[in-house]
Design a protein around this ligand. Structure first.
Ligand SMILES: Nc1ncnc2c1ncn2[C@@H]1O[C@H](COP(=O)(O)OP(=O)(O)OP(=O)(O)O)[C@@H](O)[C@H]1O
Length: 246
């Protein structure tokens, strides 16, 4: 179980101090599929990076399975089973897709067939990709899918995907959605998926709408999706309601 307690993140800018995240508290039980959604710049990626240890919160605590991991490095968190797929994945010149999958799997020795299975889950054919370098010759959508395959190969207990739909074609997206569904159905891991896609939002056990550095709203798909899909001519109804309350 992941517990975020009163997470704040403040940065100094030439214009002064800027609060990116303001007192975020949320608990994500094991095997839960949580979707973070909300307007651009709301703070979703920053929160995901704080969970992974890429960004250190200004204040607040992160507990994973009861242990305080706030001060742990990325590597230590990865060892505990947390993995994160970047919104814009890095490339690794000189490293093949096969190497990357084997590195991700760690001690598990991956056979070619297993690599093939992971690539298939993201809509890629192993024959075409296993020996290719993860360099600039790959398209954005290909790198994105390869990175997601490495997260699957890691077999962690908490997988965080940052806009997995970005740059991915409709066919691969459908395959990817099935993969998320399967992981969830088979209780393989907890997942946090940052997404703006209705199809992914529909998979969620719970949705958190993050806006202005706060959790503006939380609820089930049934509660949140109609609000998001409602007429937004006057702005986001979820957020408007929050503003009216405060
Ligand atoms: N180090 C920083 N210095 C200044 N501003 C920052 C810093 N890190 C994040 N921000 C700002 O904080 C806000 C939240 O960024 P973040 O990437 O978390 O948003 P997001 O909800 O993931 O957005 P999107 O949906 O566009 O990916 C943005 O306005 C961003 O420019």
């Amino acid at each position: 179980m992941l517990e975020l307690q009163n997470i704040c993140y403040r940065v100094s800018t030439p214009e002064g101090e800027l609060d990116i995240l303001r007192d975020i508290s949320i608990t994500i039980p094991d095997q839960r599929l949580m979707v973070f959604t909300g307007p651009n710049g709301g703070g979703k990626t920053t929160l995901a990076k704080i969970i992974m240890g890429l960004v250190q919160p200004t204040s607040g605590r992160i507990l994973y399975n009861g242990r305080d991991i706030t001060g742990l490095s990325i590597t230590e968190r990865a060892r505990l089973g947390i993995s994160y797929g970047f919104q814009q994945p890095p490339r690794f010149k000189g490293i093949t897709v096969h190497d990357l999958l084997r590195l991700a799997a760690g001690r598990d020795k991956l056979t070619k067939d297993q690599c093939c299975a992971y690539l298939t889950k993201v809509g890629l054919c192993a024959n075409d990709y296993l020996d290719r370098e993860v360099d600039v010759s790959l398209s954005g959508g290909e790198v994105k899918r390869i990175e997601i395959a490495t997260i699957l190969a890691r077999r962690g207990s908490l997988m965080i995907f940052d806009e997995p739909e970005a740059g991915i074609d409709l066919w691969s997206f459908a395959r990817l959605t099935e993969t998320f569904e399967q992981i969830h159905r088979e209780h393989q891991a907890a997942m946090i998926i940052i997404s703006h896609q209705e199809r992914i939002i529909q998979l969620a056990d719970e949705i958190a709408v993050i806006a202005g550095g706060r959790i503006a709203h939380r609820g089930t798909t049934e509660e949140i999706l109609p609000l998001i899909l409602a007429d937004t001519l006057g702005g986001c109804p979820v957020l408007n309601r929050e503003e009216a309350r405060s």
